[in-house]
Design a protein around this ligand. Structure first.
Ligand code: NAP
Length: 295
């Protein structure tokens, strides 16, 4: 029985709010989890055009979660920040990041969590890259916020390189409000600045959409700059599975991985929040054609 009084026979109605959502892998991952856990239910897509969200449909969906008609919701672009105004409580991660991707009810309170952060760390751990590190994160948007929070919360130091350096500076200032001792630096995503940043760095994370299908040959890593020696390169982009960045890093004899594992891990953590049971990870990995053990 979960805090919300769900028992193992309750049909689970889960779903994803966002726009656009039609290409999301979340239904495949969560429906595999439901089957493997022997639970009845479904994971629905709620494509919510911004004008419909404005007209109250976002609030209506959240009411359905509050009333118990839905048992759990994921939230994606462009609503991860907007939903904060409608929940009763935030986990420390969601509060520090300033965005929620997972909503659930605890007793009669609506809680917002951000499982991207813990999902990212879980994937690093699965890959054997755990522990505080000196990281260089490319990009300073929504996903970067979760990744940077996760790393500094573990005691790591992070350099954030963004094409608009002000965006990276804002991220540093926001995170310092929750984690005043966080070791964070903002820099411009230029060959010159990256050339300096690589000196003390054992993890590179791409949190820009560069390299995502259909722009397969693009990479956030500028040509002519050497990768940091011995670093692990993690690309949040998972479509294609091997991005130009991952290919280039592997060609330079570095270990490198795309973001599919993070996608599954954030889903597994959301499933655990909603059901109170351990997520059947092997089935969730299998649903996206990825072996569970491949660190
Ligand atoms: P976002 O909020 O739009 O942020 C994107 C960041 O990349 C911003 O800093 C943006 O800068 C920068 N950027 C965009 N185009 C760029 C370019 N041509 N050169 C340099 N910087 C550029 O997006 P997001 O939600 O953070 O998502 C980023 C990527 O992560 C997406 O591909 C998404 O699919 C992936 N992601 C993966 C997972 C996972 O589970 N693996 C989870 C979340 C996100 P501007 O603001 O200046 O454009």
């Amino acid at each position: 029985m979960t805090d919300d009084g769900l028992d193992q026979t309750t049909d689970l109605h889960l779903g994803l709010i966002g726009w656009p959502v039609e290409h999301s892998l979340s239904p495949v991952i969560h429906e595999a989890a439901l089957r493997a856990a022997g639970r009845r239910g479904a994971y629905h897509l709620y494509p919510l055009r911004p004008e419909d969200a404005q007209a109250g449909l976002l609030v209506q969906l959240l009411k359905r979660l509050r009333s118990g008609e839905l048992q759990g919701l994921n939230v994606t672009i462009p609503y991860k920040q907007r939903v904060l105004a409608y929940v009763d409580a935030l986990t420390p991660a969601a509060a520090a990041i300033g965005a929620a991707n997972t909503l659930y009810r605890v007793q009669d309170r609506l809680v917002g969590d951000n499982t991207d952060a813990a999902g990212f760390l879980a994937d690093l751990q699965r890959l054997g890259v755990a522990g505080p590190s000196a990281a260089l994160v490319l990009g300073a948007g929504g996903a970067a916020r979760a990744v940077v929070y996760a790393l500094v919360d573990q005691g790591g130091s992070v350099q954030i390189a963004a094409r608009r350096v002000d965006q990276a500076k804002d991220l540093v200032a926001d995170l310092k409000r929750s984690l005043p001792n966080a070791r964070l630096t903002a820099l411009a995503l230029t060959p010159r600045q990256l050339g300096r940043a690589v000196e003390h760095c054992d993890l590179v994370v791409n949190a820009t959409p560069l390299g995502m299908w259909p722009q397969l040959e693009r990479s956030a890593w500028p040509p002519g700059v050497d990768f940091p020696a011995g670093a692990f390169v993690y690309d949040l982009v998972y479509n294609p599975r091997e991005t130009a960045l991952v290919r280039a890093a592997r060609a330079a004899d570095l270990r490198a991985e795309g973001g599919l594992g993070m996608l599954v891990e954030q889903a597994a953590l959301a499933f655990e929040r909603w059901t109170g049971i351990r997520a059947p990870r092997p089935a969730m990995y299998a649903a996206v054609g990825k072996p569970f053990e491949n660190g």
